[in-house]
Design a protein around this ligand. Structure first.
Ligand code: ATP
Length: 368
C-alpha cells in the first residue's frame, strides 16, 4: 500500500512543489502555518487542481496531468475529516453515519455497528449532534468518512478545535484506527506531541516545499525540522510488558532497551510511541553508582553536533538512537567522541497517554 504524490501548483502569492511517497500507517504532514499542508490535502482529495502532477493511491491513478487523467472528487474514494465535524444537525448520529454509507460504491467495507464500536460511539447512535461533545462529534465525523469505504483517509488538523481533555479522549481512537482499520491516513498537524504519538512517517513542509521526510523518530530528532521552541528527541516504539502496582511502575520494552515509567492504565501487549526529549537524557561515561540503575541505558556515541551553547549527542542504544542535550562544557568534560561508551540516563519522558488514575503529566512530561 503506497501513496505517491508529485504535484506542482502556482498561485499568485504561493507556489507549491511537493513530492513524497507514503506507506501504510499514518503519515503526518507537518509544518508551520502557511507551509502548504492543507493545499496538499486539497490536491489529494481533488478539491484543488495542480498545473502539473501525478497522484497514485494503492495503484490507482487519481491524477496524471501528462496523460490527461483527473478523477473527479466524488470518484476518488477518499475520506476527509476536517477541524469541524460538519455533521447534519437535524439527523441522529446513526443517520449521519448512514449518510456516509450513501457515498460508498460497491459492496463490502465495515458495518455501521463495527465502525461505531471501533470509535466508541455505540451509546450515542440515537442522539443528535447538538447534544455531543466536540470530541464525540469528531468521532462521528470519522465514522461517517470510514463508512464511505475510502481507500485513503485525509485528516486536516482534526483535533485543533478541541480542548486538551477532548484531545486526550479522541487520540486513542485515532491510534486504533491507524492500527486496526488497515486504511492509510494522511494527517495534518503542527503539534510535535500529536505527530510523535500518531505518525509512522513524517513529511515536513516549509514554504510549499518538502524540507524533510522519514520515520517519525528520524524527523523529530532533527532540531532544524521542528518548530522553534520545541525540543528535538527520539521517538521509541515501546510495548507494555508488565505492571508492578506495589512499586507504582509499568515496564516498557523497546528498541533502546527497558524503561520503567509510572504506572500506566494500559494492557500488557499495548504498543505506544514514547518521546524522549533531548534535554531529559543525561550522559555519564561510567555506570552511575549512587543512582538507581533504573532507566540507565548503555550505548555508544554515534554523533555530536553543536547548536548554540549546547551540544546534541546521538547515542546508539540497542537498536535505537537516543538524543541527549548537554552544554558544550559538559561534553568537553566528558571527553565525548564518536565511538565512546556512555550510559544514557533517562530523567523523564513525554507521555500523556494511559497514565493511571491520580497521575498527571504536567506539560505532557512525566519524571521517571
Ligand atoms: N484558495 C486559495 N487561493 C490563494 N491562495 C491560497 C488559497 N488557499 C491557500 N492559499 C495560500 O497558500 C498558502 C498555503 O496555505 P495552506 O492553507 O495550504 O497552508 P497550511 O500549511 O495548511 O497552513 P495552516 O496550518 O495555517 O492551515 C498560504 O500562503 C495561503 O495563504
Amino acid at each position: 500500500m503506497t501513496i505517491d504524490v508529485d504535484v506542482t501548483l502556482h498561485r499568485d502569492t504561493f507556489s507549491l512543489e511537493v513530492t513524497f511517497t507514503a506507506g501504510a500507517g499514518l503519515t503526518a504532514l507537518f509544518g508551520r502555518s502557511g507551509s502548504g499542508k492543507t493545499t496538499v490535502i486539497d490536491l489529494i482529495a481533488g478539491l484543488a487542481q495542480p498545473q502539473r502532477g501525478r497522484i497514485v493511491v494503492d495503484g490507482t491513478v487519481l491524477l496524471d496531468t501528462d496523460r490527461g487523467v483527473r478523477v473527479p472528487v466524488h470518484r476518488r474514494r477518499i475520506g476527509c475529516v476536517f477541524q469541524e465535524a460538519r455533521l447534519l444537525p437535524h439527523l441522529s448520529v446513526r443517520q449521519n453515519l448512514r449518510f456516509g454509507r450513501l457515498f460508498s460504491r460497491g459492496q463490502g467495507g465495515p458495518s455501521l455497528e463495527a465502525v461505531a464500536e471501533l470509535l466508541g460511539i455505540v451509546a450515542l447512535l440515537e442522539r443528535r449532534p447538538a447534544g455531543l461533545s466536540g470530541g464525540e462529534r469528531q468521532r462521528v465525523a470519522i465514522g461517517r468518512a470510514l463508512l464511505a469505504r475510502p481507500r485513503l483517509l485525509l485528516m486536516d488538523e482534526p483535533l485543533s478545535a478541541l480542548d486538551e481533555a477532548r484531545k486526550r479522549e479522541i487520540l486513542p481512537y485515532i491510534e486504533r484506527l491507524r492500527d486496526e482499520a488497515g486504511l492509510p491516513i494522511v494527517y495534518v498537524s503542527h503539534s510535535v506531541a500529536e505527530v510523535a504519538r500518531l505518525a509512522s512517517t513524517v513529511v515536513v513542509l516549509e514554504g510549499g516545499r518538502v524540507v524533510g521526510q522519514g520515520s517519525v523518530d528520524a524527523v523529530l530528532r532533527r532540531s532544524d525540522l521542528i518548530p522553534d521552541g520545541a525540543e528535538a528527541g527520539s521517538v521509541l516504539a515501546m510495548t507494555v510488558t508488565a505492571h508492578d502496582p506495589d512499586a507504582g511502575l509499568t515496564r516498557l520494552v523497546g528498541p533502546a532497551g527497558t524503561l520503567d515509567v509510572p504506572l500506566l492504565a494500559l494492557p500488557t501487549g499495548r504498543r505506544l510511541n514514547l518521546r524522549l526529549p533531548a534535554r531529559d537524557v543525561l550522559l555519564a561515561t561510567e555506570a552511575p553508582r549512587s543512582l538507581s540503575a533504573r532507566n540507565v541505558l548503555p550505548g555508544r556515541v554515534a554523533g555530536l553536533r553543536e547548536e548554540g551553547a549546547a551540544c546534541l549527542v546521538e547515542v546508539a542504544c540497542g537498536e535505537a538512537i537516543l538524543l541527549a542535550r548537554l552544554t558544550r562544557g559538559s561534553a568537553r568534560d566528558l571527553d565525548l567522541a564518536v565511538g565512546r561508551s556512555v550510559h544514557a540516563i533517562v530523567k523523564s519522558v513525554a507521555l500523556d497517554a494511559g497514565l493511571a488514575p491520580g497521575l498527571s503529566a504536567p506539560g505532557g512530561r512525566i519524571e521517571i
